[in-house]
Write a protein that binds this ligand. Structure first.
Ligand code: B3K
Ligand code: ZN
Length: 870
């Protein structure tokens, strides 16, 4: 076990900065191993009598001067993480010159090289790897940047803001000067230099200003940026209409890079993207890729206001920008792709990632109170639960008031580093109400459980809803309080028709904010079916005391499509987790699905969603202790049974859905493809019990052979997973041969195999790690194998423990050079206490192996340590 446990940073210790830096001038003389960075910082003292302490890591200090006077070595002190100057005036210019080595920087933080280009990643604390600075988000500065590099190899020299000047610098070198007129924290600084192709367009803002839009990509790939550009223009328009937010510079640039620790980054005027979230064409990108590109392009663009113009006072307020921006991008996606399906997908993601996090040892509030490495807190809780809180506030105040509150927030905090209190205060300002209880959603960790017991009184024609909420203790928070839970609800008859209440209402909203309460509804003509938490109006775990027939009624006809889907998921969960489910219920469930599949009023995208059974990790959350093998076997069995019962419908609909000749990435066409692939998967799920296996094999192979886009290819390979053996292998080999020069597609090839829920996968993954195309130093490639494997429940949780050993080995390997990426994969081991034996003991052992490793990074040590503490 490590003994040098690093001290956590605590929210209660927050102190405003001792110095401000109104102006920052940076000069980069780029060289792969010896880049020189000269910084001239105009600084002003804010606290009397304190030394100047700047952050800096992995920097070779060449010189330091104050107001033009070079300091003697005795006048300053350098440690591995700081530069301290004991005596500085109240206002001065600090000049430092440092040397850094971008080509040796495999952490992919600070300035590093990717495919022969320079690029940067500064959020959260990467700027300190570029130069000495007050690397904290509440130090806002105006940047002027000069970049110089050899012209032939680095024709494009990019940074934030507006391009002021370019010119020759002698010896085949050239330079560019950039100026960003907006004050920004250093985490939004960016620089890119290299050879790139550019896809150009423009956008005219609502006030008539023309903005040049440029997306820079690998040479030869410009056309693959067309969809991202289209998404960008739609995002710009939507943000003007939905939030009144206009873009503020004359130029907006995006650069796609291959080596990136996560999805994308919102640097002011110069977003940097992981190429996997930017490049798309039908042959190489799936519909899911298109959907993600659209949402991430929007997300990073929306940050220009929620994050850049109004930034965070400290990293504890991270969800101020992330939760709000996720909420904004979800609104955009819903507007482009349909409210109901977008909501279902968002909730599915919330449940898959945030709910488990919030019930395990890594549970933390949306505003954490302490951290060791802030990189570990870019979590589903901060992003997705943070977005849910914004959504609840909007549900509570209504759309119009929400818009006023947001207008108020942006106006009141523009150009500042704000807090969650500032955000919530805007709701008070426009409503005159107190929002203190809502702030508790940011402070209290854990997913509230909401229980409803409906009680009908036939004489009084009333329905009483007995409400109860409870949040279980989480690490460091043993006692919980009641939170305001907005419950949107309606009533139905047993055959799924709306049933009015309270003088003719069909839907109402109740904010439940005590531990227990009773809500009485009047004028209820007969015993109703309750449809509660419509549109998933709060991020809680809902249980209703009701007969199973009520869930069937909701599947048949709930006016709220979310609850229709939700009811089907609930029924499926019950049927899977019950070792001997009632045969009549299985038959009724199949019939209910059959009716949905044949209902022409429902969108194909919705049908695909209702057909997808809850995932194994979703089911695991309902089982105590978790037995992954049981869950897998039961889920396979139910799917096989549904395949058999729905075979005629599935085959008829599949045949009717022949793909059109031309490809369109729009939501309608994508929905039809996803439905057709879901039907194929359902048909093939009956393979093991089929008496015509050759026919099913032909069907899947034909789907593969005729696929004209990546979505159908992936759909075919997934269908072939039910068959395994030669047909599966032939498809994989042909896929590899066809795409071997397309790194993003080869990532999919690795991920598909690692995600295959077949026991053979364990062996396959072991051999893939020695495949010539596997490279642990490229995060995309590493994740495609390791993350996909760790998410493959039945295989990862092999009772031999080999899956855990594989993950442990990979985490430790990557931790030696890229701790941020390695730490992201500790989570699958963290919930070991919830599993049955032998899993629980083997997972604990894997964590102990990790924590016992010498020279473990702070990132991995923090998470593995917390997981073991429980
Ligand atoms: N703000 C970045 C995430 C930075 C992660 C740093 N470890 C992208 C985003 O959420 O928009
Ligand atoms: Zn973000």
């Amino acid at each position: 076990m490590r003994t040098d446990t690093p001290q956590p940073v605590r929210l209660v210790d927050y102190k405003a900065p001792d110095f401000s830096i109104p102006d920052t001038e940076l000069d980069f003389a780029l060289a792969p191993e010896t880049t020189r960075v000269t910084a001239r910082l105009r600084m002003e003292r804010q606290t009397a009598g304190v030394p100047l302490v700047l952050m800096g890591e992995r920097l070779k200090l060449i010189r330091v001067a104050i107001d033009g006077r070079a300091l003697e070595a005795t006048e300053y002190q350098v440690t591995a993480e700081t530069l301290t100057i004991a005596n500085v005036p109240d206002a001065f210019v600090l000049e430092t010159e440092v040397e850094i080595n971008p080509s040796d920087n495999k952490t992919l933080e600070g300035l590093y090289m990717s495919s022969g280009r320079y690029c940067t990643q500064c959020e959260a604390e990467g700027f300190r790897k570029i130069t000495y600075f007050l690397d904290r988000p509440d130090v806002l500065s105006r940047y002027r940047v000069r970049v110089e590099a050899p012209k032939a190899a680095f024709p494009h020299l990019l940074s934030n803001g507006n391009l002021i000047e370019t010119g020759e610098a002698g010896d085949g070198r050239h330079f560019a000067r950039w100026e960003d007129p907006f004050f920004k924290p250093c985490y939004l600084f960016a620089l890119v230099a290299g050879e790139l192709d550019v896809f150009e367009d423009s956008f005219t803002t609502m006030s008539g200003r023309k903005v040049d839009l440029r997306i820079f990509v690998d040479t030869g790939m410009a056309q693959r940026a067309a969809y991202a550009m289209d998404a960008l223009k739609r995002s710009m328009k939507w943000d003007e209409e939905a939030y009144g937010r206009e873009y503020d510079l004359d130029l907006f640039m995006i650069v796609a890079v291959r080596d990136f620790n996560f999805g994308a980054m919102e640097n002011k005027g110069l977003n940097i993207f992981n190429a996997s979230l930017l490049l798309a064409d039908p042959a190489t990108a799936t519909d899911l890729d298109y959907e993600r590109i659209e949402s991430v392009v929007a997300h990073e663009y929306f940050h220009n206001w929620s994050g850049n113009r109004v930034t965070c006072r400290d990293w504890f307020q991270l969800c101020l920008k992330e939760g709000l921006t996720v909420y904004r991008d979800q609104g955009f996606s819903a507007s482009q792709r349909g409210e109901a399906t977008a909501r279902i997908k968002d909730v599915r993601a919330l449940r898959a990632r945030q709910f488990p996090e919030d019930s395990g040892p890594l549970s933390h509030p949306v505003r954490p109170s302490s951290y060791v490495k802030i990189d570990n807190f870019y979590t589903a809780t901060i992003y997705e639960k943070g977005a849910e809180i914004v959504g609840m506030l909007r549900t509570f105040v209504g759309a119009e008031t929400y818009r006023k509150a947001l207008d108020h927030y942006f106006a009141a905090n523009d150009g500042t580093a704000a807090t969650l209190e500032d955000f919530v205060a805007s709701f008070s300002a426009v409503t005159g109400k107190d929002f203190a209880s809502w702030l508790q959603w940011y402070v209290q960790a854990g997913t509230p459980r909401l229980h409803i017991r409906p009680e009908y009184d036939a004489t009084a024609k009333t329905l009483t809803l007995h409400l109860r909420q409870q949040t279980l203790p989480t690490p460091g928070q043993p006692d919980k309080i009641a939170l305001p839970i907005p419950i949107r609800f309606g009533l139905l008859t047993e055959d799924g028709k709306p049933m009015p209440f309270d003088g003719g209402k069909t839907e109402a909203l109740h904010v439940f904010d005590t531990e227990t309460a009773e809500l009485v509804l009047h004028d209820v003509a007969g015993a109703p079916v309750l449809s509660a938490l419509r549109h998933f109006s709060a991020p809680v775990i809902l249980t209703i005391d009701e007969p199973v027939s009520h869930a069937f009624a909701r599947v048949r006809g709930d006016a709220d499509p979310f609850n229709r889907w939700e009811a089907a998921q609930g029924l499926a969960r019950g049927l899977i987790l019950d070792a001997k489910p009632d045969a009549a219920h299985v038959a009724a469930f199949a019939e209910a699905l059959d009716a949905c599949l044949n209902d022409d009023r429902l969108e194909p995208a919705f049908k695909a969603l209702i057909l997808a059974l809850p995932t194994e990790s979703d089911l695991a959350q309902m089982m105590n202790p978790i037995d992954p093998a049981f869950i897998h076997a039961r889920r396979v069995a139910l799917k096989a049974e549904l395949s058999q019962r729905l075979s005629v419908t599935a085959r008829t609909l599949y045949d009717q859905l022949d793909p059109p000749l031309t490809f369109s990435p729009d939501a309608g066409a994508a929905g039809r493809r996803s439905f057709r692939n879901a039907l194929l998967d359902l048909i093939l799920a009956g393979f093991a019990h089929s008496d015509d296996k050759p026919a099913l094999t032909n069907l899947a192979e034909a789907h593969f052979a005729r696929a004209t886009n990546m979505t159908d290819m992936v759909g075919a390979i997934q269908a072939l997973m039910h068959i395994q053996g030669l047909p599966y292998q032939r498809a994989l080999d042909s896929f590899y041969l066809h795409f071997r020069n397309e790194p993003l597609v080869i990532d999919k090839w690795f991920a598909l195999q690692a995600g295959c829920p077949h026991p053979e996968t364990l062996k396959r993954v072991e051999s893939l790690k020695t495949h010539p195309d596997f490279d642990a130093r490229t995060p995309n490639r590493w994740r495609s194998l390791v993350q996909a494997f760790a998410g493959n429940q039945s295989v990862f949780h092999d009772p031999s423990g080999e899956g855990y050993a594989f993950l442990t080995e990979q985490i430790l390997k990557v931790d030696t050079f890229n701790p941020m990426t390695a730490a992201r994969l500790v989570e699958p081991l963290s919930r070991f206490r919830f599993y049955s034996e032998p899993y629980t003991g083997l997972m604990r052992k894997a964590l102990e192996t990790i924590t016992a490793t010498p020279k473990l990074s702070k990132n991995v040590a923090e998470l593995a340590g917390k997981a073991l503490e429980g």
